[in-house]
Write a protein that binds this ligand. Structure first.
Ligand code: SAH
Length: 252
């Protein structure tokens, strides 16, 4: 054992079963060996989004490969909130921030949407997936949110299930105060909801008209100031988790 630090927590795609050795990716091996200076027998926690969280010890660590010998399940798999965030991609740093923070705030699906005023060239889905994975590992989640490929707004709202409310963040004055809109959902169904945030230039009028015509949309105001898209996304998720979502768990 090379250190007494807290166990590192990693996502792996493999099945997790007692006594099995799970190979880590070359990136994970490099991170463990070179960045975190971990070695044989050091404890690691693994999760895969299906089998809960498992403890194990490192075996055979080199700079290029490493494996974990699984010992026991520490947490069972939990059902997480069913929260979709539809966001128009913006510049690289704020887009990264949306993905990292939305993961911490419990989003299960991140869907980049191409709107009339979106610059779609900037979306690097692999990079966003890596950010979501790291955030999920760090914040103790039992799943990694699903980062989807970018799709047109119209395509994303086609075939939408009627029972999933879509909160449309609208800075143009067409929405009701967020606490009033969300109050209608308190205690109904922890989780199942979606949010859509516009790009830097906002939604076009035709897009707002389209969104307003949907039976499952609710227009929301996040106050009198124009927020950056990343701020709006995180503010909306925070309000939902505080009023209706899993921040309430234990108080129901
Ligand atoms: N059209 C604006 C800026 C858009 S802000 C302009 O250029 O002046 C980017 C997105 O953040 C908006 O499309 C909206 O979804 C969300 N947003 C920003 N401020 C908001 C507010 N006060 N209430 C609700 N949504 C807001």
């Amino acid at each position: 054992m090379t250190s007494s630090s807290a166990p590192l927590r990693l996502y792996v795609p493999n099945d997790l079963v007692a006594g099995v050795e799970v190979d880590l990716s070359p990136d994970q091996a490099r991170y463990l060996a070179q960045v975190m200076r971990r070695g044989v027998d050091d404890p690691v926690l693994l999760f895969n989004g299906r089998d809960g969280e498992w403890s194990g010890g490192l075996v055979g660590v080199t700079k290029k490969s490493a494996a974990v010998l699984l010992e026991q399940q520490m947490r069972v798999q939990e059902v997480e909130c069913d929260l979709k965030l539809l966001f128009a991609p913006i510049k690289r740093n704020p887009t990264d921030l949306i993905v990292q923070k939305a993961t911490e705030l419990g989003v299960s699906v991140l869907q980049p949407v191409i709107t009339q005023r979106t610059n779609s060239d900037r979306v690097k889905t692999d990079r966003l997936r890596a950010i979501a994975m790291e955030a999920a590992e760090q914040c103790g989640r039992m799943i990694v949110p699903d980062v989807r490929e970018p799709a047109a707004l119209l395509q994303v709202i086609t075939d939408w299930p009627d029972d999933r409310v879509l909160f449309v963040m609208d800075e143009t004055g067409g929405g009701d105060p967020v606490a009033d809109v969300m109050a209608e959902h308190v205690g109904r169904n922890i989780g199942a909801a979606a949010f859509v945030i516009g790009p830097e230039g906002g939604f076009a009028d035709t897009e707002l008209d389209l969104l307003r015509s949907l039976p499952f949309s609710k227009f929301v105001s996040l106050g009198p100031r124009i927020l950056r898209a990343d701020t709006a996304a995180l503010a909306a998720l925070t309000c939902w988790q505080a009023l209706c979502g899993d921040w309430r768990r234990g108080s129901d």
